[in-house]
Design a protein around this ligand. Structure first.
Ligand code: SF4
Length: 155
């Protein structure tokens, strides 16, 4: 194909966006520490890491004897259609968080993955104001949390 001057035009590239999942397991592709799960007013509250910290043995060891997801929240490559939360277009977990949870901060957390975060790309700032209370690890007997995670009740 040529342009108006007869010069060859470059092939149009298809740019595929690779989104980041902000609540994932430490063994997924591209896993990094998003933050540390702390407590605020008796509830979990994420303190976001300021820099990039990939997951390695040293990070996993820091969490012992607890599970890594009890101490940290990890971000990694969004698995899209391989994830049970993805309905083919949207992350339903992000939708539930944005529509059901209350805001826990009044301004956007200083989060390092916002440019590629699947939740933010889909739900915008509303989900960020609710994001710090989310933990990857939760009580499997808690039906409200199971519902938020898209699971059937425990009983
Ligand atoms: S604060 Fe917003 S951009 Fe950062 S991980 Fe949470 S939802 Fe994504």
């Amino acid at each position: 194909m040529t342009d108006a001057r007869g010069a060859a035009k470059p092939e149009q590239a298809t740019i595929a966006v690779e989104y980041a999942c902000p609540s994932t397991q430490p063994d997924v592709s591209g896993a990094r520490v998003l933050g540390i799960v702390e407590e605020q007013d008796g509830s979990p509250h994420l303190t976001y890491l300021a820099g990039h910290r990939p997951v390695d043995e040293a990070v996993l060891k820091l969490a012992e004897p607890m599970r890594p997801t009890e101490v940290f929240r990890f971000a990694g490559t969004c698995m899209s259609s391989q994830c049970r939360h993805f309905d083919g277009a949207d992350c339903q977990l992000a939708s539930r968080i944005a529509s059901r949870l209350t805001e826990v901060v009044s301004s956007l957390p200083a989060c390092t993955i916002r440019k590629t975060c699947r939740w933010h790309a889909q739900e915008g700032p509303d989900v960020c104001l609710r994001c710090p209370q989310v933990t990857t690890n939760f009580d499997l007997e808690d039906d409200a949390m199971r519902d938020l995670a898209g699971m059937d009740p425990a009983t």
